[in-house]
Design a protein around this ligand. Structure first.
Ligand code: SAM
Length: 234
């Protein structure tokens, strides 16, 4: 008999839930290419690019095929194994790493663009703050975050994310350049296994610029003030 219980439900941790989802389903987000809004703004996504929570790499590989230098990170080993296999099959050079996005704050890498296709909305509270600080840390000043997230339709797992929550999360040191509702695509194999679970719901698509901060320049020991001080990682 077909299993109709979503493996994310009742999982002991997010890692366990995502690991089970990759093992037991064709995940709903795994459409083999970027979600449509990323394709619409593809010209603005410039190297070096970080794909945070890259899954099996459909988005990373699309931008690598366009000539961008892409690093994809995900904490599920099986997702990264599949992503690497696809890169090899297509003879594309992409760096895929098993990495927890909660550790971005401690990473010594910097990117001009960050793609987040379905990761931000997993976090709430302190975890969300920590993740946003990590994004501020890895994005070069003036760099852009391209974010595709659940909206506040309460039917989304976790209750979704409201417009105000997005503005609050990116209040200090960021400039939300655009925020709109957009259609997402669902993997047809998942839709067949779990009919109607994720269909016909809008998502947020935002382009969010990391403000230029004096931290990028020598400060001669003076303490930073304003938004740049707040996004500094101690
Ligand atoms: C909704 S899926 C989207 C996957 C991919 N971006 C896509 O569009 O196909 C979210 C992804 O984030 C990954 N993820 C969740 N929490 C993570 C964390 N703390 N660190 C790294 N990856 C994480 C999951 O394993 C999953 O692959």
């Amino acid at each position: 008999m077909q299993n109709t219980e979503l493996p994310m439900r009742n999982a002991p941790s997010a890692l366990a839930g995502f690991t089970r989802t990759y093992a037991e389903t064709n995940p709903p987000w795994d459409i083999g290419k970027p979600q449509p809004p990323f394709i619409a703004v593809a010209d603005r996504i410039v190297s070096p690019v970080l794909d945070a929570g890259c899954g099996t790499g459909g988005t990373s590989l699309y931008f690598a095929a366009r000539g961008q230098q892409v690093t994809g990170v995900d904490f599920v080993e099986e997702a990264i194994r599949r992503a690497r296999a696809k890169a090899e099959e297509r003879d594309l050079s992409v760096e895929f790493l098993v990495k927890d996005a909660m550790t971005l704050r401690e990473w010594d890498r910097r990117f001009a663009s960050v793609i987040d296709s379905g990761l931000f909305h997993i976090y709430t509270g302190e975890e969300r703050q920590r993740y946003v600080q990590g994004l501020a840390h890895v994005l070069k000043p003036g760099g852009r975050l391209f974010l595709f997230s659940f909206n506040d339709d309460p039917a989304w797992p976790g209750g979704g994310v409201s417009r105000q929550e997005l503005y609050d999360a990116f209040a200090d040191g960021w400039d939300i350049q655009s925020l709109e509702l957009a259609d997402g695509e669902v993997n047809p194999a998942f839709e067949a296994q779990f009919p109607g679970e994720f269909a016909d719901r809008k998502m947020w698509f935002a382009v969010i610029r990391r403000k230029e901060c004096p931290a990028a320049r020598p400060t001669r020991g003076r303490p930073l003030r304003g938004p740049c001080a707040k996004i500094q990682v101690q």
